[in-house]
Design a protein around this ligand. Sequence first.
Ligand SMILES: O=C(O)c1cc(=O)[nH]c(=O)n1[C@@H]1O[C@H](COP(=O)(O)O)[C@@H](O)[C@H]1O
Length: 235
Amino acid sequence: MSDRRTRLIAALDTRDPREASRWADAVTPHASAIKLGLEFVYAAGLEAVSEIAAGRALFLDLKLHDIPNTVGAAIGSLSRINPAMLTIHASGGAAMVAAASHALNENFSTENRPVLLAVTVLTSLDDAALAATGVEGGVRSQVLRLADLALRNGADGLVCSAHELAALRAEFGDSPVLVTPGIRPQGAAAGDQKRVMTPGEARDAGADWIVVGRPVTGAADPGAAAAAIARELAE
Ligand SMILES: O=C(O)c1cc(=O)[nH]c(=O)n1[C@@H]1O[C@H](COP(=O)(O)O)[C@@H](O)[C@H]1O
C-alpha cells in the first residue's frame, strides 16, 4: 500500500471574481488548491487570477495546445502568475510537451517551477466519442499512449479520469502526479462528465489529487460540500 494522501482541488468555474473569491474562502482549508481556468481567465484576466490565488496553491488550467514555439512563449508570459500546477494537452505532441517543460525551466526558479500536467483524454469523452475523433482502440489505450509520450518529454504528471488510474500506476509507478477530474460524490449529477468516480473510489485507485467543480460550487453551502469531500478522502 502506498502512503499517498489524496487531496482536493476545487474548480472555481465562474466569470465573476467576487464569486470566485467567495468560493475560494469557503473551500479553504478543505481544498488544498484552487483551480482557475478558461472561463475565469477569459472573463476576468490574469491579474484577477493573481489576486484570488494570493496565499493559495493555484492550479492554472489553460490546457495549452498549439505549436511548440507558441506554447513555450505562452508559458513565458505566465511567469508573473506563479501557479503551482499548469495544464497542457498531451495530444499536442512530444515536441510541444518538451517545449512546455523547457519554457518552465527557463522562466521559473527551481523552487517556483509549476508542476507540468499533461491532459490525456478529457473526462467528458467515452470510447465512442473518442473514436469519432479518429482515435480507435478505446480511451484506456489512448490515455496510456499519451501518458508515455508526455512523461518521456518532461511532463511531471497527468490529468486523466479515475478509471485509468490503476493502469497508469501499474505502468508508470508512484512518481507521476495523477490528477483526476470527473469526480462525483455519491448521487451527484454527472452532467457532461462521462468517466466518473466518487472521491473515495478515486483515492483507492491511486489519485494524488481530485478536481471537483460543480458539486461544490453549485451546492447551497460550498464550504460544507468541500468539507464532506475532504472527509470522504480522509476515511
Ligand atoms: O484539466 C482539467 O482540469 C480537466 C480535464 C478533464 O479531462 N476534465 C475536466 O473536467 N477538467 C476540468 O475539471 C473541472 C471539472 O468540473 P466539474 O465537472 O464541475 O466537477 C472543470 O474545470 C474542467 O475544466
